[in-house]
Design a protein around this ligand. Structure first.
Ligand SMILES: Nc1ncnc2c1ncn2[C@@H]1O[C@H](COP(=O)(O)OP(=O)(O)OP(=O)(O)O)[C@@H](O)[C@H]1O
Ligand SMILES: O=c1ccn([C@@H]2O[C@H](COP(=O)(O)O)[C@@H](O)[C@H]2O)c(=O)[nH]1
Ligand SMILES: [Mg+2]
Length: 239
């Protein structure tokens, strides 16, 4: 296959390309865009390319996901947003979700995963950003079991607590959990339950840690480089 690259003046060595082709994320990129293989958990005839976007409350996940979605053509699924919509609809789980969110705790996996699964199945892109999920190791294990896939990539926004608190208190969207009492609980849940998920995927080499301080555009420039390099590799490897 290397002859296919011969006419390109790529500043990337053959050895590097060979190692990239063995990289699971790159292999998945190629499969996502060129195969019809499906899986049992989601109805798509293609395997979606799944990115988990993690970070503490107020670290900027939603803000950055919107930019990734518009520039790189991803579908943006926010687990928190799906739960808020469910909470506001005449759903049998509405009251439970409201109480859990108000307490800064984690909604049972079965509820969140069924909302995520439905959203993946109706997404118009096979490149999916799942924002703010999994929140715990229990969430993660349940997702991998029910959906039958692991994420291809994990973006982790690292942000100091005082900055996250400042951002949340300035958000002004009327969220029932954007108050100091709930914020303290959310920060503790993040450290105790969400960080082990980041550590799990770090040990598998899937995490891209992004420093989440600075302006929205400065942070997006760091994020953009991760996705631009994936897009570049796809372009190199799939023609
Ligand atoms: N780099 C930034 N500098 C200043 N404010 C920011 C920055 N990024 C996002 N914000 C603002 O901070 C608030 C929180 O951002 P955002 O909603 O994207 O965070 P989040 O990680 O999705 O939070 P949550 O986990 O609570 O949903 C928003 O009001 C957003 O406009
Ligand atoms: O997978 C999830 C995602 C969210 N929650 C609950 O919702 C709130 C708000 O989530 P944001 O991502 O900050 O919008 C969160 O504090 C949890 O209570 C959840 O349980 N599971
Ligand atoms: Mg958010």
């Amino acid at each position: 296959m290397w002859r296919r690259f011969a006419h390109l003046s790529l500043s990337i060595s053959r050895t590097k390309l060979q190692s990239l082709v063995r990289d699971p994320t790159v292999l998945k990129l190629i499969n996502t865009f060129s195969s019809d293989a499906g899986n049992d958990g989601v109805a798509s005839s293609r395997k979606p390319f799944i990115t988990f976007v993690l970070g503490g409350p107020g670290s900027g996940k939603g803000t950055q996901c919107e930019k990734i979605a518009s520039i790189f053509g991803f579908a943006h699924l926010s687990a928190g947003e799906l739960l808020r919509e469910e909470m506001s609809s005449p759903s049998e789980n509405g009251e439970l979700i409201r109480n859990v969110i108000k307490e800064g705790k984690i909604v049972p996996s079965a509820i969140t995963i069924s909302l995520i699964k439905r959203a993946i199945n109706s997404a118009t892109s096979d490149k999916i950003l799942i924002d703010g999920f999994p929140r715990s190791e229990e969430n993660r294990i349940a997702f991998e079991k029910i959906i039958g896939v692991e994420p291809d990539l994990v973006i982790f926004f690292e942000c100091p607590e005082e900055e996250m608190v400042k951002r949340i208190l300035g958000r002004n969207q009327g969220r029932i959990d954007d108050n100091m009492e709930t914020i303290r609980k959310r920060l503790k849940v993040f450290e105790d339950l969400n960080m082990p998920v980041v550590e799990h995927y770090s040990s598998k080499g899937k995490v891209h840690k992004i420093t989440a301080t600075g302006t929205v555009d400065e942070i997006f420039e760091r994020v953009r480089q991760v996705f631009a390099s994936l897009r570049y590799l796809k372009a190199c490897l799939s023609f």
